[in-house]
Structures are given as structure tokens and as C-alpha cells.
Write a protein that binds this ligand. Structure first.
Ligand code: ZN
Ligand code: ZN
Length: 142
């Protein structure tokens, strides 16, 4: 399984700004960057350049240049997974969202489905994946 999501521009250690998207610097097409949370690969949507997440370099609009080592937490698999879950929720229409927030059994079913998907991708057990997801939702309120 390979799922690409918008690569969030991490919080700049200098000015504190952050964005939901990153763009490929010096790219002919100024392409948007996507990330694969499980394989930790980054790629440009336009020119198809691809590299490992820790080989990224960030150029903030304030002029500061920084490396993933300075913002490692923001780029951890857990944080990227969180982005993925939020994106998944955003993809659902409001009807589906209201079902999930109101009905606990639908929510449990949804967690079960997505943890199966994640467990398969991460090569881990379903219960382990469920744990990660439940921890995520405990800290996140609708
Ligand atoms: Zn900055
Ligand atoms: Zn590019």
C-alpha cells in the first residue's frame, strides 16, 4: 500500500510559522510535496523527484533554512499518521462525520477498518494499530 498525502511544512524553529503544505524548492514547476507516512518518502507532485524524509531541507519564507533533525517530532510517523487520519476525516462528508461522532459502534467499526489498513501497511498487529489510533482520538475531540 502506498498512500501519498500533503507534506506538512513543519514549524520553523526561527519564526514559528507552519503550513499544511510544502513546495519543492528550485523545481521547474514549483510542485507540491507529498509524503508517504509509512515508508517516510517524500515526492514532488510535478517533477516526480523522490527522497527519504530525513534528507529534506526546509526553506522558510523568513529566510531560515533548517533540517528534519531540528523538527524530528513533527515529522515522526505518528505525527504523519495523525495528518493522514485528519485528511481521511476531511474526505468524509458531514453525514458520515455525524454518524461517527454520534454512534459509538460505527466509530468502533471505522477504527477497526482503518487499523486493519494501517496494520497491513506497517507490518504490525491490528491490536497494536488500534492502540495507536485510539490514543490519537483520546487526545482529539470532534
Ligand atoms: Zn521561519
Ligand atoms: Zn519538483
Amino acid at each position: 500500500m502506498s498512500e501519498w498525502i500533503a507534506f506538512p511544512f513543519p514549524k520553523c524553529p526561527s519564526c514559528g510559522k507552519q503550513w499544511g503544505k510544502s513546495y519543492h524548492k528550485d523545481c521547474l514547476f514549483n510542485g507540491q510535496l507529498l509524503v508517504e507516512p509509512y515508508q517516510r518518502q517524500v515526492k514532488c507532485e510535478s517533477c516526480s523527484a523522490q527522497w527519504y524524509i530525513l534528507d529534506s531541507k526546509f526553506h522558510c519564507s523568513c529566510g531560515y533554512q533548517f533540517y528534519p533533525s531540528e523538527v524530528e517530532d513533527a515529522l515522526s510517523t505518528t505525527q504523519l499518521l495523525r495528518q493522514r487520519l485528519l485528511q481521511k476525516l476531511n474526505e468524509m462528508d458531514s453525514y458520515e462525520k455525524s454518524i461517527i461522532s454520534k454512534s459509538n459502534s460505527s466509530f468502533q467499526q471505522w477504527i477497526h477498518d482503518i487499523s486493519y489498513e494501517i496494520a497491513r501497511a506497517l507490518g504490525t498487529t491490528i491490536s497494536k494499530a488500534q492502540e495507536v489510533i485510539k490514543n490519537f482520538f483520546d487526545k482529539w475531540s470532534l
